[in-house]
Design a protein around this ligand. Structure first.
Ligand code: 8YV
Length: 324
């Protein structure tokens, strides 16, 4: 029997690409240049599986291309807001993602941004690199203490729970959370010493650090807006490792400039890789280029997870990480 045809839209870790080559008739993207909409359509017409990333908009237009051969889209990433899920369902396509394997590394980046923002690490590094640092002084670059403070999590899924664990057990932080869904089991919540807030506003008013862990979706578009930023305190920091469009950048810029909040740490941006220019001019913000899952171990595990999903699909079984 001939091997299934698979198209990978971006360059993946070499180990995983080697495994893909063994298992499938695979087309890799050696140049790593994102594919155009026409190329994505062509891939759906010529391959059995398309393996995209967050940088590939798999729109309704792409998904509705005629004469499709593909039956599965194996997304390399836990977030799948790059894919029009309703259109995929309508077209009878299976979509999978890669949960679990990136939980800890993404939570680490959220914690890193929290610490960077609280302790003004980006600003400090710029000072040293610019050779303008004139030496230690008792009042220079004072930030906020992290240990013992209150962390408010919007969303309490896998990554938020992992961050809460590090923050509570490692930094003695008190944990608040807001979720519109059913919370995790009682024992999980109790182990984190976590307290549920009835509204986002309640959480914002009490937290010293607010970290976003909700999916990128039309409902969560600009969830953190001017009104909500004003609910936060002047000593509070906002951390975003979820999706850029969960935060209204214009409002965030104003909040940071006018001191409604103390700082922010962002790993994701609306319209990335473009970054709202106002944010680049601010000192009280830490910016990372979407590094959440960017460790060797995790990216290999993500690739292997995609392989498990498509292998199950081709074997006629339900993939473990089926989204639709
Ligand atoms: C991925 C992410 O690197 O998994 C996610 O949802 O945001 C990142 O960790 C990216 O999505 C790759 O597709």
């Amino acid at each position: 029997m001939s091997k299934p045809k698979v198209v990978v839209t971006r360059k993946w870790p070499v180990e995983v690409e080697a495994r893909l080559k063994e298992l499938y008739d695979v087309t890799l993207n050696e140049s790593d240049v994102p594919m155009t909409a026409d190329e994505l359509k062509r891939a759906l017409q010529t391959a059995d599986a398309l393996l995209p990333t967050v940088t590939d908009p798999i729109t309704a237009d792409v998904l509705r291309v005629e004469n499709k051969r593909a039956g599965i889209i194996g997304n390399f990433g836990v977030g799948y807001n790059n894919i029009d899920i309703a259109a995929a369902r309508e077209q009878g396509l299976t979509v999978t993602n890669t949960p679990d394997v990136l939980t800890d590394c993404t939570a680490d980046i959220a914690m890193l941004l929290l610490l960077m923002s609280a302790r003004r690490a980006s600003q400090g590094e710029r000072l040293v690199r610019s050779r303008r640092w004139t030496g230690w002084c008792p009042t220079q670059m004072l930030g906020q203490k992290v240990t013992g403070k209150t962390l408010g999590l919007i969303g309490l899924g896998r990554i938020a729970q992992a961050m809460a664990k590090k923050a509570h057990h490692g930094f003695g932080m008190n944990i608040l959370f807001y979720t519109p869904r059913n919370p995790p089991p009682r024992q999980v919540v109790d182990d984190l010493g976590a307290v549920r807030c009835e509204t986002i506003e309640d959480l914002l008013a009490q937290a010293d650090f607010v970290s976003l862990h909700c999916p990128g979706s039309p409902e969560n578009h600009h969830l953190i807006n001017e009104q909500r930023l004003k609910r936060m305190r002047p000593s509070t920091h906002l951390i975003n490792t979820a999706r850029g469009d969960v935060v209204d950048n214009i409002a965030l810029c104003k909040a940071l400039k006018e001191g409604w909040i103390a700082g922010a740490g962002l790993d994701v941006f609306e319209g990335e890789p473009n970054v709202y220019p106002g944010l680049l001019e601010l000192d009280n913000i830490a910016l990372l280029p979407h590094l959440g899952s960017a460790t060797e171990e995790t990216r290999i595990a993500m690739g292997n997870r995609v392989i498990e999903n498509i292998s199950a699909f081709f074997a006629g079984r339900e993939p473990g990480d089926k989204v639709v």
